[in-house]
Design a protein. Structure first.
Length: 83
């Protein structure tokens, strides 16, 4: 699995689940804004849902390469259209 596929799966995992964690709430609020300016909040929320530093580093590397693509992956998993 490549870094983008892994990041996609990790975002899906972070947004999924039954419990309403602080990180998941922050991610959903950032995605709901529909503005790439909220990518920092999305990243903060993602980091709060993950304990594995490798997963966090992979997310950060993808975000450095293409923030909009990472944000839109999150929006798709949150049932929203790309921006």
């Amino acid at each position: 699995m490549g870094q983008w596929e892994e990041t996609d799966a990790n975002i899906r995992w972070s947004l999924g689940g039954q419990s309403d964690t602080e990180g998941r709430r922050i991610m959903r609020e950032a995605l709901g804004q529909g503005n790439i300016a909220f990518m920092g909040d999305f990243k903060t929320g993602f980091h709060k849902t993950q304990n594995d530093n490798h997963i966090k580093a992979l997310f950060d590397a993808c975000a450095r390469d293409d923030q909009r693509r990472v944000y839109n992956i999150g929006r798709r998993h949150n049932g929203q259209p790309d921006i």
